[in-house]
Design a protein around this ligand. Structure first.
Ligand code: AKG
Ligand code: MN
Length: 207
């Protein structure tokens, strides 16, 4: 596997991936602030443990989730529609800071709480029609570092890439990234503490 982490060490840096626009920045906030954000999000979010249907069978998702966003929007993925909760002051502030870096506006955020090393996310693309053909997705990580893997959908000669998403880091995915690549967060082979990931998105209102 390629490890691009060493190349992405200062500022919002573009990763050298074909058919993709992926940028990475470490340390959006000081560590103490990230720690306070993590605690507050874990303690105050209305977390849900959901079941999804895979190949006709029901499974518990190996993580907890929540969605916040503008009134009137609905977010559906893997056949699951999560209730959209309103912006909290904390999430609205994060959204504003991240919009400045990303240069785009978001109207929703999906939160994932990986409680320990056993929690994970399987291979997928954020390619629901409601996100449009070339969505900009801003992924902000807090807490334990977990490995984010990227795999091209049709070019097996491109090795799976891995990127360590550290506490306080921001990953931007844009352009053809969702159309051409899948991503995943595996279970961790070593014990780890909690991680919360927030993916800010722009959902197109249903017409
Ligand atoms: O936890 C992560 O870094 C990935 C989250 C993700 O892919 C998603 O919410 O769609
Ligand atoms: Mn995703």
């Amino acid at each position: 596997m390629n490890d691009l982490f060493a190349q992405a060490d200062r500022g919002l840096e573009q990763l050298p991936l074909p058919d993709a626009d992926v940028r990475f920045q470490r340390d959006l906030y000081p560590a103490a602030h990230c720690n306070a954000l993590l605690r507050e999000l874990i303690d105050t979010t209305d977390w849900r443990h959901e079941q999804i249907t895979l190949f006709g069978r029901q499974h518990w998702q190996p993580r907890l989730v929540a969605v916040h966003g503008d009134a009137g929007l609905a977010y559906t993925y893997s056949g699951l529609t999560l209730p959209m909760q309103p912006w909290t002051p904390l999430l609205a502030q994060l959204k504003q800071d991240i919009e400045q870096l990303a240069g785009v506006r978001f109207n929703s955020v999906l939160l994932n709480w990986y409680r320990d090393a056993q929690d994970s996310m399987g291979w997928h693309s954020d390619d629901e029609a409601s996100l449009g053909p070339a969505p900009v997705i801003a992924s902000f990580s807090l807490g334990a570092t977990r490995v984010f893997k990227l795999k091209h959908k049709t070019r097996p000669e491109l090795k799976t890439t891995q990127l360590a998403l550290t506490d306080g880091s921001l990953l931007l995915m844009a352009g053809a990234t969702q159309r051409c690549w899948k991503h995943a967060v595996d279970k961790s082979r070593t014990a780890c503490s909690a991680r919360v990931n927030l993916t800010f998105r722009r959902i197109m209102p249903a017409s």
